[in-house]
Design a protein around this ligand. Sequence first.
Ligand code: FES
Length: 410
Amino acid sequence: MTDKKREGRRGLRLSIGNFLKILPIRKKKIEDAPDSDVRKTGSYKPNELAGIIHPGLQHLIVTQVKDLTEDVKLYRLEADRENGCERLAPFGAGSYLTFEMTVGSGRCSRPYSICSSPKDAEKGFYEIAVRRTPGGVVSNYIHENWKEGTRVTAQEPAGEFLYEPVRDAKHVICLAGGTGITPFRSMVKAVLEGSEDFRIDLIYSARKEKELLFREELDGAAGTDERISVRYVLSDEEKAGYGTGFITKDMVAQAAQDGEPYSVFICGPQKMYRYLDGELKGLDLRKKYVRRELFGEIRDLSDEEDYVRPGADEFTLTVSQNGQRTAIRCRRDESLLCAMERAGIAAPSRCRSGVCGFCHSKLVNGSCYTPAQSDFRREADRLYGYIHPCCAYPLSDLEIDVPAAGKIKI
Ligand code: FES
Protein backbone atom coordinates (compact mmCIF):
# COMPACT_ATOMS: atom_id res chain seq x y z
CA MET A 1 0.00 0.00 0.00
CA THR A 2 1.38 3.43 -0.92
CA ASP A 3 1.87 6.11 1.74
CA LYS A 4 -0.83 8.17 0.08
CA LYS A 5 -3.37 5.33 0.28
CA ARG A 6 -2.41 4.59 3.88
CA GLU A 7 -2.86 8.26 4.75
CA GLY A 8 -6.25 8.27 3.00
CA ARG A 9 -7.45 5.22 4.96
CA ARG A 10 -6.22 6.69 8.22
CA GLY A 11 -8.16 9.88 7.46
CA LEU A 12 -11.24 7.77 6.75
CA ARG A 13 -10.88 5.87 10.06
CA LEU A 14 -10.58 9.13 11.95
CA SER A 15 -13.67 10.48 10.21
CA ILE A 16 -15.69 7.42 11.16
CA GLY A 17 -14.33 7.69 14.71
CA ASN A 18 -15.44 11.31 14.90
CA PHE A 19 -18.80 10.41 13.45
CA LEU A 20 -19.33 7.77 16.12
CA LYS A 21 -18.51 10.34 18.81
CA ILE A 22 -21.20 12.63 17.43
CA LEU A 23 -23.97 10.00 17.58
CA PRO A 24 -24.69 10.15 21.35
CA ILE A 25 -24.65 13.97 21.20
CA ARG A 26 -27.20 13.90 18.38
CA LYS A 27 -29.31 11.36 20.25
CA LYS A 28 -29.38 13.60 23.34
CA LYS A 29 -30.35 16.62 21.26
CA ILE A 30 -33.23 14.68 19.71
CA GLU A 31 -34.43 13.52 23.15
CA ASP A 32 -34.24 17.07 24.54
CA ALA A 33 -35.99 18.66 21.55
CA PRO A 34 -39.55 20.03 22.05
CA ASP A 35 -42.50 18.07 20.64
CA SER A 36 -43.73 21.03 18.55
CA ASP A 37 -42.90 21.31 14.83
CA VAL A 38 -39.83 23.57 14.99
CA ARG A 39 -40.14 24.36 11.27
CA LYS A 40 -43.18 26.43 12.16
CA THR A 41 -41.69 28.32 15.10
CA GLY A 42 -39.79 30.88 13.03
CA SER A 43 -36.53 29.96 14.77
CA TYR A 44 -35.78 26.88 12.66
CA LYS A 45 -32.17 27.50 11.62
CA PRO A 46 -32.28 25.93 8.13
CA ASN A 47 -35.33 28.08 7.29
CA GLU A 48 -33.58 31.19 8.60
CA LEU A 49 -30.51 30.43 6.52
CA ALA A 50 -32.56 29.65 3.40
CA GLY A 51 -34.39 32.95 3.90
CA ILE A 52 -31.08 34.85 3.96
CA ILE A 53 -29.63 33.09 0.90
CA HIS A 54 -32.87 32.95 -1.10
CA PRO A 55 -35.01 35.92 -0.12
CA GLY A 56 -36.87 35.85 -3.47
CA LEU A 57 -37.30 39.57 -3.98
CA GLN A 58 -35.13 42.18 -2.31
CA HIS A 59 -36.19 45.75 -1.70
CA LEU A 60 -33.19 48.01 -2.25
CA ILE A 61 -32.44 51.68 -2.17
CA VAL A 62 -30.05 53.58 -4.43
CA THR A 63 -27.48 55.26 -2.19
CA GLN A 64 -24.90 56.49 -4.72
CA VAL A 65 -24.84 57.30 -8.43
CA LYS A 66 -21.54 57.92 -10.19
CA ASP A 67 -20.78 58.73 -13.84
CA LEU A 68 -18.17 56.28 -15.09
CA THR A 69 -18.20 57.55 -18.68
CA GLU A 70 -20.54 59.69 -20.80
CA ASP A 71 -23.03 56.85 -21.08
CA VAL A 72 -22.28 54.50 -18.18
CA LYS A 73 -23.37 55.08 -14.59
CA LEU A 74 -22.43 53.14 -11.48
CA TYR A 75 -25.25 52.53 -8.97
CA ARG A 76 -24.67 51.56 -5.38
CA LEU A 77 -27.62 49.76 -3.77
CA GLU A 78 -28.26 49.01 -0.12
CA ALA A 79 -30.96 47.11 1.79
CA ASP A 80 -34.19 49.09 2.06
CA ARG A 81 -34.99 48.43 5.72
CA GLU A 82 -38.14 50.52 5.68
CA ASN A 83 -39.49 48.05 3.12
CA GLY A 84 -38.54 44.98 5.15
CA CYS A 85 -35.14 44.14 3.64
CA GLU A 86 -32.83 43.67 6.62
CA ARG A 87 -29.73 42.42 4.83
CA LEU A 88 -28.46 41.70 1.35
CA ALA A 89 -28.44 38.16 0.01
CA PRO A 90 -24.88 36.82 -0.43
CA PHE A 91 -23.57 35.97 -3.91
CA GLY A 92 -20.60 34.52 -5.74
CA ALA A 93 -18.44 36.80 -7.93
CA GLY A 94 -19.94 36.74 -11.44
CA SER A 95 -23.61 36.70 -10.31
CA TYR A 96 -26.29 39.06 -11.53
CA LEU A 97 -29.37 40.77 -10.10
CA THR A 98 -32.59 40.96 -12.09
CA PHE A 99 -34.43 44.20 -11.46
CA GLU A 100 -38.22 44.41 -11.75
CA MET A 101 -39.78 47.70 -12.74
CA THR A 102 -42.70 49.34 -14.47
CA VAL A 103 -41.78 51.53 -17.43
CA GLY A 104 -44.77 53.42 -18.82
CA SER A 105 -47.58 50.88 -18.87
CA GLY A 106 -45.24 47.92 -19.36
CA ARG A 107 -43.68 45.67 -16.74
CA CYS A 108 -40.01 44.91 -17.35
CA SER A 109 -37.16 42.98 -15.86
CA ARG A 110 -33.46 43.34 -16.62
CA PRO A 111 -30.47 41.37 -15.34
CA TYR A 112 -27.32 43.32 -14.48
CA SER A 113 -24.06 41.76 -13.33
CA ILE A 114 -23.01 42.71 -9.82
CA CYS A 115 -19.68 44.49 -10.16
CA SER A 116 -18.94 44.83 -6.44
CA SER A 117 -17.45 41.98 -4.43
CA PRO A 118 -19.06 39.30 -2.24
CA LYS A 119 -17.52 40.96 0.84
CA ASP A 120 -19.05 44.30 -0.20
CA ALA A 121 -22.47 42.63 0.15
CA GLU A 122 -21.52 41.60 3.69
CA LYS A 123 -20.57 45.24 4.32
CA GLY A 124 -24.02 46.24 3.06
CA PHE A 125 -23.96 47.15 -0.63
CA TYR A 126 -24.11 45.88 -4.20
CA GLU A 127 -22.92 47.86 -7.23
CA ILE A 128 -24.04 47.59 -10.84
CA ALA A 129 -23.00 49.58 -13.94
CA VAL A 130 -25.62 50.50 -16.53
CA ARG A 131 -24.82 51.67 -20.04
CA ARG A 132 -27.44 53.85 -21.68
CA THR A 133 -28.11 52.36 -25.11
CA PRO A 134 -29.83 54.28 -27.90
CA GLY A 135 -33.49 53.19 -27.90
CA GLY A 136 -32.90 51.02 -24.80
CA VAL A 137 -36.16 51.23 -22.86
CA VAL A 138 -34.85 50.05 -19.50
CA SER A 139 -31.32 51.51 -19.58
CA ASN A 140 -32.72 54.94 -20.46
CA TYR A 141 -35.38 54.61 -17.79
CA ILE A 142 -32.75 53.78 -15.18
CA HIS A 143 -30.44 56.62 -16.21
CA GLU A 144 -33.28 59.12 -16.08
CA ASN A 145 -35.05 57.90 -12.95
CA TRP A 146 -32.66 56.24 -10.54
CA LYS A 147 -31.29 58.86 -8.13
CA GLU A 148 -30.00 58.68 -4.59
CA GLY A 149 -32.99 57.56 -2.50
CA THR A 150 -34.82 55.77 -5.33
CA ARG A 151 -36.40 52.53 -4.14
CA VAL A 152 -35.97 49.54 -6.45
CA THR A 153 -36.81 45.85 -6.44
CA ALA A 154 -34.43 43.06 -7.45
CA GLN A 155 -34.62 39.30 -7.41
CA GLU A 156 -32.07 37.42 -5.32
CA PRO A 157 -28.59 37.09 -6.93
CA ALA A 158 -28.45 34.38 -9.60
CA GLY A 159 -26.17 33.14 -12.36
CA GLU A 160 -23.84 30.43 -13.56
CA PHE A 161 -20.88 32.60 -14.54
CA LEU A 162 -18.97 31.74 -11.40
CA TYR A 163 -15.53 30.29 -10.86
CA GLU A 164 -15.89 26.64 -9.89
CA PRO A 165 -12.57 25.06 -8.79
CA VAL A 166 -13.76 21.51 -9.55
CA ARG A 167 -14.62 22.38 -13.15
CA ASP A 168 -12.47 25.41 -14.08
CA ALA A 169 -8.71 25.61 -14.47
CA LYS A 170 -6.80 27.52 -11.81
CA HIS A 171 -5.70 29.97 -14.51
CA VAL A 172 -8.57 31.93 -16.07
CA ILE A 173 -8.16 34.15 -19.12
CA CYS A 174 -11.01 36.65 -18.95
CA LEU A 175 -12.15 38.32 -22.17
CA ALA A 176 -14.24 41.43 -21.57
CA GLY A 177 -15.92 43.75 -24.06
CA GLY A 178 -17.36 47.14 -23.00
CA THR A 179 -19.59 46.87 -19.93
CA GLY A 180 -18.86 43.13 -20.02
CA ILE A 181 -16.07 44.04 -17.59
CA THR A 182 -18.59 44.15 -14.71
CA PRO A 183 -18.52 40.48 -13.55
CA PHE A 184 -14.73 40.48 -13.93
CA ARG A 185 -14.41 43.52 -11.69
CA SER A 186 -16.27 41.48 -9.07
CA MET A 187 -13.92 38.50 -9.63
CA VAL A 188 -10.79 40.67 -9.43
CA LYS A 189 -12.05 42.18 -6.16
CA ALA A 190 -12.94 38.71 -4.86
CA VAL A 191 -9.40 37.45 -5.56
CA LEU A 192 -7.90 40.52 -3.86
CA GLU A 193 -10.06 40.18 -0.77
CA GLY A 194 -9.56 36.41 -0.53
CA SER A 195 -13.06 35.14 -1.30
CA GLU A 196 -11.72 33.52 -4.50
CA ASP A 197 -8.35 32.04 -5.30
CA PHE A 198 -7.43 31.74 -8.97
CA ARG A 199 -5.19 33.49 -11.44
CA ILE A 200 -6.83 36.12 -13.68
CA ASP A 201 -5.39 37.29 -16.99
CA LEU A 202 -7.83 39.94 -18.11
CA ILE A 203 -7.96 41.10 -21.73
CA TYR A 204 -10.34 44.04 -21.84
CA SER A 205 -11.50 45.61 -25.08
CA ALA A 206 -13.39 48.82 -25.74
CA ARG A 207 -13.77 51.07 -28.74
CA LYS A 208 -11.77 53.95 -27.23
CA GLU A 209 -9.53 54.51 -24.25
CA LYS A 210 -12.05 56.82 -22.58
CA GLU A 211 -14.63 54.02 -22.64
CA LEU A 212 -12.57 51.65 -20.48
CA LEU A 213 -14.28 51.27 -17.09
CA PHE A 214 -12.60 50.86 -13.69
CA ARG A 215 -9.22 51.46 -15.31
CA GLU A 216 -7.42 52.71 -12.18
CA GLU A 217 -8.82 49.95 -10.01
CA LEU A 218 -7.83 47.23 -12.47
CA ASP A 219 -4.31 48.62 -12.87
CA GLY A 220 -4.05 48.90 -9.09
CA ALA A 221 -5.11 45.26 -8.66
CA ALA A 222 -2.60 44.09 -11.26
CA GLY A 223 0.11 46.12 -9.52
CA THR A 224 -0.52 44.64 -6.09
CA ASP A 225 -1.37 41.00 -6.72
CA GLU A 226 0.74 38.78 -8.93
CA ARG A 227 -2.26 36.53 -9.64
CA ILE A 228 -3.85 39.37 -11.62
CA SER A 229 -2.76 40.89 -14.93
CA VAL A 230 -4.61 43.28 -17.27
CA ARG A 231 -4.18 44.10 -20.92
CA TYR A 232 -6.29 46.55 -22.91
CA VAL A 233 -7.36 46.43 -26.55
CA LEU A 234 -8.94 49.32 -28.47
CA SER A 235 -10.92 48.69 -31.63
CA ASP A 236 -11.35 52.30 -32.85
CA GLU A 237 -8.08 53.90 -31.73
CA GLU A 238 -4.41 53.26 -32.11
CA LYS A 239 -2.42 54.14 -29.00
CA ALA A 240 0.89 53.12 -27.58
CA GLY A 241 0.54 50.54 -24.82
CA TYR A 242 -2.75 49.14 -26.13
CA GLY A 243 -3.60 46.30 -28.45
CA THR A 244 -5.40 47.44 -31.59
CA GLY A 245 -8.46 45.88 -33.21
CA PHE A 246 -10.28 42.98 -31.58
CA ILE A 247 -9.24 40.34 -29.07
CA THR A 248 -7.55 37.57 -31.04
CA LYS A 249 -6.69 33.96 -30.43
CA ASP A 250 -3.01 34.95 -30.44
CA MET A 251 -3.61 37.29 -27.48
CA VAL A 252 -5.28 34.42 -25.63
CA ALA A 253 -2.47 32.02 -26.55
CA GLN A 254 0.07 34.58 -25.32
CA ALA A 255 -1.66 34.83 -21.94
CA ALA A 256 -1.69 31.04 -21.59
CA GLN A 257 1.23 29.41 -19.79
CA ASP A 258 3.11 26.67 -21.56
CA GLY A 259 1.24 23.41 -21.25
CA GLU A 260 -0.80 24.52 -18.22
CA PRO A 261 -4.58 24.16 -18.53
CA TYR A 262 -6.55 27.40 -18.60
CA SER A 263 -10.19 28.39 -18.73
CA VAL A 264 -11.53 31.21 -20.89
CA PHE A 265 -14.36 33.31 -19.47
CA ILE A 266 -16.12 35.69 -21.88
CA CYS A 267 -18.48 38.59 -21.21
CA GLY A 268 -19.42 41.26 -23.71
CA PRO A 269 -21.82 42.19 -26.49
CA GLN A 270 -23.51 39.50 -28.64
CA LYS A 271 -21.36 40.18 -31.67
CA MET A 272 -18.23 39.58 -29.60
CA TYR A 273 -19.40 36.06 -28.65
CA ARG A 274 -20.02 35.19 -32.26
CA TYR A 275 -16.62 36.52 -33.32
CA LEU A 276 -14.75 34.82 -30.46
CA ASP A 277 -16.42 31.48 -31.21
CA GLY A 278 -14.46 31.52 -34.48
CA GLU A 279 -11.23 32.80 -32.91
CA LEU A 280 -11.16 30.27 -30.07
CA LYS A 281 -11.77 27.31 -32.37
CA GLY A 282 -8.12 27.51 -33.36
CA LEU A 283 -7.02 26.94 -29.76
CA ASP A 284 -8.71 23.56 -29.49
CA LEU A 285 -9.91 24.13 -25.93
CA ARG A 286 -11.99 21.59 -24.07
CA LYS A 287 -15.64 22.64 -23.96
CA LYS A 288 -15.74 22.88 -20.17
CA TYR A 289 -12.90 25.40 -20.23
CA VAL A 290 -14.83 27.99 -22.26
CA ARG A 291 -17.51 29.80 -20.27
CA ARG A 292 -19.77 32.60 -21.47
CA GLU A 293 -21.83 35.03 -19.46
CA LEU A 294 -25.45 35.42 -20.58
CA PHE A 295 -25.79 37.48 -23.74
CA GLY A 296 -29.40 38.61 -23.34
CA GLU A 297 -32.08 38.59 -25.98
CA ILE A 298 -31.02 38.10 -29.57
CA ARG A 299 -31.34 41.49 -31.20
CA ASP A 300 -30.92 40.58 -34.84
CA LEU A 301 -32.49 37.32 -35.99
CA SER A 302 -31.12 37.75 -39.52
CA ASP A 303 -27.73 36.60 -38.12
CA GLU A 304 -29.25 33.19 -37.30
CA GLU A 305 -28.52 30.74 -40.09
CA ASP A 306 -31.68 28.63 -39.68
CA TYR A 307 -34.12 31.51 -39.18
CA VAL A 308 -36.72 31.77 -41.92
CA ARG A 309 -38.42 35.12 -41.79
CA PRO A 310 -42.21 34.62 -41.57
CA GLY A 311 -44.60 36.23 -44.07
CA ALA A 312 -46.20 38.69 -41.60
CA ASP A 313 -44.55 41.38 -39.47
CA GLU A 314 -46.94 40.97 -36.55
CA PHE A 315 -48.93 38.12 -34.96
CA THR A 316 -51.60 37.59 -32.34
CA LEU A 317 -50.22 36.11 -29.14
CA THR A 318 -52.88 34.71 -26.79
CA VAL A 319 -51.64 34.45 -23.23
CA SER A 320 -53.38 32.14 -20.75
CA GLN A 321 -52.50 33.00 -17.19
CA ASN A 322 -54.37 32.45 -13.92
CA GLY A 323 -57.37 31.13 -15.88
CA GLN A 324 -57.56 34.31 -17.99
CA ARG A 325 -56.89 34.57 -21.72
CA THR A 326 -55.54 37.81 -23.16
CA ALA A 327 -54.83 38.43 -26.85
CA ILE A 328 -51.96 40.84 -27.58
CA ARG A 329 -49.86 41.82 -30.58
CA CYS A 330 -46.35 40.43 -30.99
CA ARG A 331 -43.89 41.73 -33.60
CA ARG A 332 -42.00 39.08 -35.53
CA ASP A 333 -38.65 40.43 -34.28
CA GLU A 334 -39.50 40.65 -30.57
CA SER A 335 -39.49 37.84 -28.04
CA LEU A 336 -42.81 36.65 -26.63
CA LEU A 337 -41.62 37.88 -23.24
CA CYS A 338 -41.07 41.42 -24.56
CA ALA A 339 -44.53 41.45 -26.14
CA MET A 340 -46.10 40.38 -22.83
CA GLU A 341 -44.17 43.01 -20.89
CA ARG A 342 -45.18 45.72 -23.34
CA ALA A 343 -48.81 44.69 -22.83
CA GLY A 344 -48.42 44.90 -19.04
CA ILE A 345 -48.64 41.15 -18.44
CA ALA A 346 -46.60 40.03 -15.44
CA ALA A 347 -44.71 37.05 -16.84
CA PRO A 348 -41.91 35.47 -14.81
CA SER A 349 -38.38 36.12 -16.07
CA ARG A 350 -34.83 36.25 -14.78
CA CYS A 351 -31.86 35.72 -17.14
CA ARG A 352 -33.65 36.74 -20.39
CA SER A 353 -31.18 34.54 -22.26
CA GLY A 354 -32.91 31.16 -22.31
CA VAL A 355 -30.72 29.68 -19.58
CA CYS A 356 -32.45 29.81 -16.18
CA GLY A 357 -35.84 28.34 -17.17
CA PHE A 358 -37.63 30.86 -14.95
CA CYS A 359 -39.99 31.86 -17.80
CA HIS A 360 -40.73 28.22 -18.83
CA SER A 361 -44.21 28.18 -20.47
CA LYS A 362 -46.38 25.79 -22.49
CA LEU A 363 -46.92 26.39 -26.19
CA VAL A 364 -50.62 25.56 -26.60
CA ASN A 365 -50.80 26.14 -30.34
CA GLY A 366 -49.00 27.95 -33.16
CA SER A 367 -45.27 28.00 -33.75
CA CYS A 368 -42.26 30.00 -32.69
CA TYR A 369 -38.54 30.10 -33.35
CA THR A 370 -35.83 29.64 -30.70
CA PRO A 371 -32.25 30.49 -31.80
CA ALA A 372 -29.95 27.48 -31.24
CA GLN A 373 -27.53 29.54 -29.15
CA SER A 374 -30.35 30.40 -26.66
CA ASP A 375 -32.00 27.02 -26.60
CA PHE A 376 -31.15 25.55 -23.22
CA ARG A 377 -34.44 23.66 -22.81
CA ARG A 378 -34.37 20.13 -21.51
CA GLU A 379 -35.09 17.45 -24.09
CA ALA A 380 -38.36 16.57 -22.31
CA ASP A 381 -39.47 20.21 -22.48
CA ARG A 382 -38.86 20.30 -26.21
CA LEU A 383 -40.73 17.04 -26.65
CA TYR A 384 -43.77 18.17 -24.66
CA GLY A 385 -44.00 21.62 -26.21
CA TYR A 386 -42.51 23.87 -23.56
CA ILE A 387 -40.75 27.07 -24.55
CA HIS A 388 -38.78 29.87 -22.93
CA PRO A 389 -40.64 33.04 -23.99
CA CYS A 390 -37.55 35.20 -23.34
CA CYS A 391 -35.91 33.66 -26.42
CA ALA A 392 -38.92 32.54 -28.50
CA TYR A 393 -40.02 34.58 -31.51
CA PRO A 394 -43.39 34.17 -33.29
CA LEU A 395 -43.68 32.41 -36.64
CA SER A 396 -47.51 32.40 -36.62
CA ASP A 397 -50.41 33.43 -34.40
CA LEU A 398 -49.93 31.44 -31.21
CA GLU A 399 -51.19 30.70 -27.73
CA ILE A 400 -49.07 30.09 -24.65
CA ASP A 401 -49.84 29.09 -21.10
CA VAL A 402 -47.76 31.23 -18.74
CA PRO A 403 -47.32 30.64 -15.00
CA ALA A 404 -48.17 33.46 -12.60
CA ALA A 405 -45.25 35.76 -11.89
CA GLY A 406 -45.33 34.46 -8.30
CA LYS A 407 -43.73 36.72 -5.77
CA ILE A 408 -43.30 39.62 -8.15
CA LYS A 409 -45.11 42.55 -6.60
CA ILE A 410 -44.23 46.07 -7.58
S1 FES B 1 -35.79 34.23 -18.20
FE1 FES B 1 -34.29 32.67 -18.00
S2 FES B 1 -34.88 31.20 -19.46
FE2 FES B 1 -36.26 32.83 -19.80
